[in-house]
Write a protein that binds this ligand. Structure first.
Ligand code: NAD
Length: 360
């Protein structure tokens, strides 16, 4: 059955990959609800924006009247909620915006979804779903290999790992996850939650590690590595995440949580060195790009390791990532080399690559 899917945050990095996937690879219709903060960029949707199955609403998820209007106008079957403030460093500099959008905004959306859903009937009511998209950062910090002997088996995040967020960002996401689960338990609103590891890929805002390193390398600027660079993240190519999200939205079981991850644990310094060697090969110049690596003061409260056990989504929904880190990072570097227009316009805006998140 063809569905009308309302995607919040569809102009962001992951949201735009979800919208492009829905329009390019399925028959479903999409309503993109986005406030267009500094992180929202309609240029990321230029390839599909003329499609008759796509529409855009510039709305803040904290604005209850506007959210209500959009629900009533478009009559969605599924809500995929991605809109958020998403950068840990910015949450350290200014947590208020994170509480507002991630907590109050999610609460507002839940309340409006509840009122909208209560007024539906028949199949439309029975099949309605609210899919909340979250992060593995809610689980906090995992044991790092440097802390234990080499033969120690390292833990992974499962869907039952207790929450222990470390940053204002992850604490605000943890709060929103718990609100979503409580709206199911208390009001029976049909919700489900996914928690995913770090994403990378095309259209990524250049404040995040991978695009920042690619663009600074090309500009001959320092490549900032926080602390010793030994923090481990489990990297997932954004289009693999988008496929997983649409699968969960369509086929996931109400009340369930699904962890999504790439089985690609890498230290930050390895990621930076890999980008440098790809650039040495595809964009050679005098000297090695790795000479630009500069170690800088670490982020306060920085988690040392995240790693996801994604066996549940694989077992129950048949999802596995299509990209390895090696194939995905090469595609990503090539995308930035071929899409200068996109990132130059972004860098002409409010962010020019400066260091954020020093906590005063
Ligand atoms: N980036 C990652 O690695 C990662 C990993 C796991 C989960 N997530 C989660 O996925 C979601 C999307 O992440 P992203 O990296 O694409 O974020 P992003 O910062 O690139 O995009 C966020 C989008 O939300 C919009 N937005 C922000 N505040 C809004 C508001 N008040 N009302 C309406 N729209 C608003 C922005 O304009 C932007 O388009 C977030 O919920 C994030 O927590 C991200």
């Amino acid at each position: 059955m063809v569905k009308k899917i309302l995607v919040t945050g569809g102009a962001g990095f992951i949201g735009s990959a979800v919208v492009r996937h829905l329009i390019n690879d399925t028959n479903h219709s999409v309503v993109n609800l986005d406030k267009l903060t500094y992180a929202g960029n309609l240029e990321s949707l230029s390839s599909i924006s003329g499609n008759s199955r796509y529409s855009f609403e510039k709305v803040d998820i904290c604005d209850a009247d506007e959210v209500k209007r959009v629900f009533n106008t478009h009559q969605p079957d599924i809500i995929m909620h991605l809109a958020a403030e998403s950068h840990v460093d910015r949450s350290i500099d200014g947590p208020g915006e994170f509480i507002q959008t991630n907590v109050v905004g999610t609460y507002t959306l839940l309340e409006q979804a509840r009122a909208y859903w209560a007024a539906l009937d028949g199949d439309k009511r029975d099949c309605f779903k609210f899919h909340h998209i979250s992060t593995d950062e809610v689980y906090g910090d995992l044991t790092h290999p440097d802390e234990v002997t080499p033969d120690t088996e390292l833990p992974l995040f499962t869907e039952t790992t207790p929450y222990a967020p470390s940053s204002p960002y992850s604490a605000s996401k943890a709060s929103s996850d718990q609100l979503v689960r409580s709206w199911l338990r208390t009001y029976k609103l049909p919700t489900l939650v996914t928690n995913c590891s770090n994403n990378y890929g095309p259209y990524h805002f250049p404040e995040k590690l991978i695009p920042l390193v690619i663009l600074n390398a090309l500009a001959g600027k320092p490549l900032p590595v926080y602390g010793k660079g030994n923090q481990i993240r489990d990297w997932l190519y954004v289009e693999d995440h988008a496929r997983a999200l649409v699968l969960v939205a369509l086929e996931g079981k109400i009340g369930e949580t699904y962890n999504i991850g790439g089985h690609n644990e890498k230290q930050n310094i390895e990621v930076v060195q890999t980008i440098c060697s790809i650039l040495d090969e595809v964009e050679p110049r005098d000297g090695k790009y790795a000479q630009q690596i500069t170690y800088v003061q670490d982020r306060p409260g920085h988690d040392m390791r995240y790693a996801i056990d994604a066996s549940k989504i694989q077992r129950e929904l048949g999802w596995t990532p299509q990209e390895t880190f090696e194939s995905g990072i090469r595609k990503t570097v090539e995308w930035y080399l071929n899409n200068e227009g996109w990132w130059k316009a972004v860098l002409d805006g409010s962010y020019q690559g400066e260091r954020l998140g020093m906590a005063g």
